[in-house]
Design a protein around this ligand. Structure first.
Ligand code: GLY
Length: 385
């Protein structure tokens, strides 16, 4: 009798619970040969830059914690909290760029591989660390996603400090300039809006009101410990100056984050709408399950996004997408990759300490210490027309 037959028969006899029988189905690619992965933490580029006034970055802190036996998700959250709390990171948490009404609305999610549990919050106002509220949704409720005022009431009731305003001087000044320069009607022609916003962000960067011309940013952080346990966290202030109530991919399981223990942990930054449409993170985990290398799995998802980008306003004159989206991919063996629609992006200049490069990077911390690594691009050139 082979292992599958044994599990089938024992499940049929009721010797194991149904959940165990399902879990035992062959899947994934980790630990089947009995070997143990080396612990590693990966993140978006900001994960190896912002320190919230301290000495270590997100990936360093998360790696130190998970190698000292802290729960894999708690270790990643501690790292992501540094980025959420850092007032100089204007795309995540406290000081994230606000929505069109000048209000900071935050999205976040987290997934715990071994526990098969997850939580998320969307359009949350007043809490600097939305990833911890996502964790509370995971731990304390029967649900996976709370939004808006309901998410805030839940946060208040579970002990989070609610603040009236999460803007900083940086985010407020950038919003004021945006308001001054753009048509206050947020439903103007999307073609005009996209072109105008690109110019506006270049103007904000040139005037020193923003560190760079990036139009969206997020942190995703994924890790695996020595037991092969996987987890992931994604947190963002979303699209700057978005229509109030707009929810991106970050809090949506399968879009901006997906984790399946032993198979992979995947998250994303960039144009959230592309991931909402294509459920890219889930798609990549499914590719990992079939044995694809993280880089190939990520490139396959980028090809899907490219094929589904039909609207004229989202395409460059050469027909290719005019936006970037990046994936951070870790499999159950501890192999990882960062892939982007474009490996170079003019709007990256000046972001997270990048003074002289436009390359799209991701962060890694393992036994060799923290570092930034270039992402592989699917397409040549940059998203800029
Ligand atoms: N990827 C972040 C967002 O679109 O909100």
């Amino acid at each position: 009798m082979n292992r599958r037959e044994f599990l089938r028969d024992t499940a049929a006899l009721g010797l194991f619970g149904a959940a165990e029988a399902v879990e035992a189905q062959p899947r994934g690619l980790a630990l089947l040969d009995g070997s143990r992965p080396k612990p590693v933490v990966i993140a978006s580029h900001n994960g190896n830059y912002f320190k919230d006034g301290g000495k270590v970055t997100c990936v360093e802190l998360a790696f130190a914690k998970l190698t000292r036996g802290v729960d894999v998700l708690d270790a990643l959250l501690a790292g992501v909290n540094l980025v959420e709390l850092d007032p100089t990171e204007c795309y995540v948490g406290y000081g994230g760029l606000p929505n069109a009404d000048g209000i900071v609305q935050l999205d976040a999610s987290c997934m715990h591989g071994p526990k098969r549990r997850a939580g998320g919050v969307a359009a949350l106002e007043g809490v600097r660390t939305p990833s911890l509220v996502a964790k509370a949704v995971m731990d304390l409720t029967d649900h996976h996603l709370l939004v808006g005022p309901g998410a805030q009431a839940f946060a208040r009731n579970t002990g989070f400090k609610i603040e009236a305003d999460l803007n900083t001087d940086i985010s407020r000044k950038a919003w004021l300039e945006w308001k001054r320069k753009t048509d206050p009607n947020h439903y103007l022609d999307p073609n005009q809006r996209s072109a105008r916003e690109r110019k506006l962000f270049q103007h904000l960067a040139a005037r020193g009101l923003l560190p760079c011309a990036k139009r969206c940013g997020t942190i995703n952080c994924d890790g695996i410990n020595a037991k092969g346990e996987l987890a992931g966290v994604t947190s963002t202030s979303g699209l700057p100056f978005k229509i109030p109530g707009r929810v991106g991919d970050s809090p949506i399981l399968g879009a901006g984050l997906y984790v399946e223990d032993a198979v992979g942990a995947v998250g994303s930054t960039g144009r959230g709408e592309a991931n909402l449409f294509n459920l890219s993170s889930f798609l990549i985990v499914e590719h990992l399950r079939r044995g694809m290398h993280p880089k190939d799995a990520g490139l396959a998802a980028l090809r899907r996004i490219r094929a589904n980008t039909r609207e004229h306003r989202l395409r460059k004159p050469n027909g290719e997408p005019n936006f970037n989206v990046t994936f951070y991919i870790l499999n159950g063996r501890g192999e990882h990759a960062g892939v982007a629609m474009y490996g170079e992006d003019e709007d990256q200049r000046g972001y997270a300490g990048q003074t002289d490069t436009r390359f799209v990077l991701y962060s890694v911390c393992d036994e060799n210490g923290p570092r930034n690594v270039r992402c592989d691009g699917l397409l040549p050139g940059t998203p800029q027309p």
